[in-house]
Every structure is written in C-alpha cells, then in structure tokens.
Write a protein that binds this ligand. Structure first.
Ligand code: DC
Length: 217
C-alpha cells in the first residue's frame, strides 16, 4: 500500500504521516527532509541556487542511501545522517530555491521511488510518503492520495510553537510557482483543511478513508 500526502509548509503532513505509519505499519518517508538535507549539503559545498553549474558540480560529489530507523526512512548523504541543521533558518530560507532546480529534483526522483522497494524489503505493510509532488509526480498511482492545507496564520503559529523561524507563505509561493513539479493538488486526491483540526483528528479522518469508511469531499 502506498499513501501519498502533499501540502504546503506546516500543513500537518509530518505529524499525520507519522501517525498513519504507526497505525498501518508503513515505512515513513519525509521527502521535505531529503530536500532539506541536500540543501544543507549544497550550502556546505558552497553551491548557490543562482548557479545551476555549481549545483550540478556539488551533486556529482553526493551519494545517497537510506537508513531505516524505527518506521522512518532517513536519508544518508555520503554515509552521514544529517542532523538538526536541516531545520535551521538558513536552510528554511534556501530550500525552496534549490528545490526549484530540475537537476536537483532529478537527483532525488529514483531515490524516492526506490523507497517503495525499501518498504517491501522490510517488515512493512507499505509506504507513506509526504511532500509536494508525491501524488502528482513520484507516485501518481498511489493507493491513497491526500492534500492537506491550512490557513497561513495558523501554519506560521505551528512553526513558531516548534521554535522555528519559517516564512511558510513565502515558501509556498515559491514551491507553487516553480516550473518543475510544483506544489499543487493532484486531481482525485482527498483534500483536508487542517486549520481547526488536531493531528489525531486529521489522522483519524485519513485512516477512515484508507479503511474505506469515509469519503471526504
Ligand atoms: O516539507 P518541508 O517543509 O520540510 O519541505 C521543505 C522544502 O522542500 C519545501 O519548501 C519544498 C521542498 N520540497 C519539494 O520541493 N518537494 C517535495 N516533495 C518535498 C519538499
């Protein structure tokens, strides 16, 4: 079983994906953390989103692997698990610019699709993958595709509560307007407004859809 969850920054994807991974024993892939890890590595290597050549050069020095920790599929770059630096203000500010570069996205495409094999090869019943283009590009044939959204003010509040400085509306603008695999609701996905719902309520709603009990308009 493959579950795709897309949505803007702080729309509730990670918390609900984690809840579903526990409920249905799914491997959890947070693809935002993959883009963040690559961004941190680009910055470390001195690459700039303004120079595609510098990005291409940096990508040549990068080997990706997956480490499964619990139910979480974590990215390893050149044998290292990235740390908290991927949530830094520098990465928050740069990630959408790097994520708009087709060559950088291409470097993650097969990697992300390969997570389905990682799930199959492990002790999991499937995969829950969250991001911006999972239902539209990575797994358009996923068994379930969800699109989460929420008021920008509520999303900024969620990030502040996590102690993060993050311009969620600005990231959404960049992520929605890029040419390659923009953030968008894919046709046929189940759209959920999470503004006034708790994580448990959103996860319950999604679980009901998966179990065939509820249809969300
Ligand atoms: O989910 P997040 O906020 O941690 O994601 C960080 C950034 O990564 C997001 O602003 C855009 C990019 N991203 C993407 O372009 N495609 C994805 N599938 C996931 C994230």
């Amino acid at each position: 079983m493959i579950v795709a969850i897309d949505g803007g920054a702080a729309s509730g994807k990670s918390s609900t994906a984690r809840a579903l991974s526990e409920r249905f024993n799914l491997l959890h892939s947070d693809t935002g953390s993959y883009y963040r890890a690559l961004t941190a590595e680009m910055l470390r290597q001195g690459a700039s989103p303004e120079s595609v050549d510098s990005v291409k050069r940096a990508l040549e020095n990068i080997r990706l692997a997956t480490r499964v920790e619990g139910r979480s599929a974590r990215i390893e770059i050149n044998g290292h698990l990235p740390g908290e630096e991927i949530r830094s203000p520098e990465v928050n500010a740069a990630v959408s610019h790097f994520a708009a570069i087709p060559e950088l996205r291409a470097s993650l495409l097969a990697y992300q699709r390969g997570q389905a094999d990682t799930a199959r090869g492990g002790r999991f019943a499937g995969l829950v993958m969250e991001g911006r283009d999972i239902g539209s590009v990575i797994f358009p044939d996923a068994d379930f595709r969800f699109f989460l959204h929420a008021d920008p003010a509520e999303r900024e509040r969620r990030r502040l509560k996590q102690g993060q400085v993050d311009k969620v509306a600005e990231r959404d603008r960049l992520d929605s307007s890029r040419k390659t695999a923009p953030l968008s609701r894919s046709a046929g996905s189940v759209s959920i407004d999470t503004t006034t719902l708790t994580i448990a309520e959103v996860a319950d709603l999604m679980a009901s859809v998966i179990e065939g009990k509820a249809a969300v308009p």
